[in-house]
Design a protein around this ligand. Sequence first.
Ligand SMILES: [Zn+2]
Length: 481
Amino acid sequence: MRPLLAALFLATVVAPPLLAQPAPRAEFTRMIAHWDAYDDDDYLAFVAEARPEVCQLGFYGGHFYSLVHTPEYKGYPAHFPVRGVAECGKWFEERNAAVHKLGAKVVGHFNVTFLVGEPEGKDEPMGFFKFYRDLWDEKELGPKPVADPLMLLARNADGSPMASKQYSIGGMREYTACLNNPHWRTVLKAWAKRAAERGVDGLIANYFYRHNCLCEHCRKGFRAYLIDRHTPAAMQANFGINNISTHKFPEIVGWHDPRESTPLRREMLRWSQISQKEAFDEVFVKYAKALKPGFLVAQWNHLGDFSQINGDERCMLPKKLWGEDEDYLWYSTGGAANFTDLAAGVLGEATLQARYIRGAFDDKPFTLGKYENTRIRVAIAELAANGGAPMGFYARHKDPEARAELVRYYRFLAANESAFKANRPHAEYVLLYPRSKVQAGDVASVEAFKKAGRELVLLVKRAEVFLADDVGRACHQMGDL
Ligand SMILES: [Zn+2]
């Protein structure tokens, strides 16, 4: 017996641990998501016909308050149908009500860090900074947490605000807010409350990132984290930190190249992910969920072809925090699963990612952002067969052929809901994901996982192969095998 299979066999006979009573969970198998082409009657007619359970629709965070009042409101990324905070806010209220009438829930997009604007434009602040100075309505949003919006931003090592000009929308730069800044969390709560008032049934956090921010909050947070986890002697031996209270960090990185990883950088990344999860829990789980019964909260995250340390917002999280209290998962496969290279055996499929997420997330709803706008039937079938909720991106309803297939497949899923909804795998094999090795910096072990997983997916045609996370939910699942 090969070692892998021996491990799998042993795994199947271990008795399941006693489980705490599971919290009521959201269950759905059909969703659509749009960043454009959501503003006409076609969209509503499509919802009426396809009958998704969840529509990811509308913008309520950084994109909205950066761009909706500017001449660029119509363009990428949000394609707002009308200009103005109040005008477009009202438009979303009406659209949310119209979608509700069709029986679907609305989850709004909520960009949590990415701000377009200029603190000092030619004549006055632009984008987000204009909103913050002139358009923040205290009756709607409460008092501003700080007078100067620069106090909300992530900082480079030299103290300058973190900014880029990658998109250059309206000639404005993109600034990054810091999720570890308590004042920024106050802004996010005010926006989340306004979103709930406008009728959304949930929010999905976009741009849920922490980069190499050296603001006072990050420096303080990381220092406290190290003190809590390591003795002074261990910090000296392992990280070369002689005196933590006076140590000046030249960097506190997030994602980084695994080939340039060090034990200290992995501590930085681990703390990054834990602190971002704390921010998410404070704003979304504790605050936003309390605004409305059944409010859905999710993160829009990135897995690609199992990028680890240089990708995946959860790769260093302790198991307790992995997806905890989140209603569904969105994982983008980016450029890894939206093309075919037959000669190289690349079929553009993401079964392995889907099964990994399903196992790690204990069968709760998830979708893959596949950026697949051609092989729509395959994308829907792949996700449905693997316990997911089609489809992440794109539900291309403007194309008559695509629309007809979306409707046909979604109707099939609805007609067979008893089979698809809240189902459990009946797997004969468990393949463990090497998360503890990743967390020790060994990303090569993921390649072995991918190779074994893809062999199993391809070769064990009649058996369901169930993939689980070694420190995640594998034990939960064993009782179901
Ligand atoms: Zn920071």
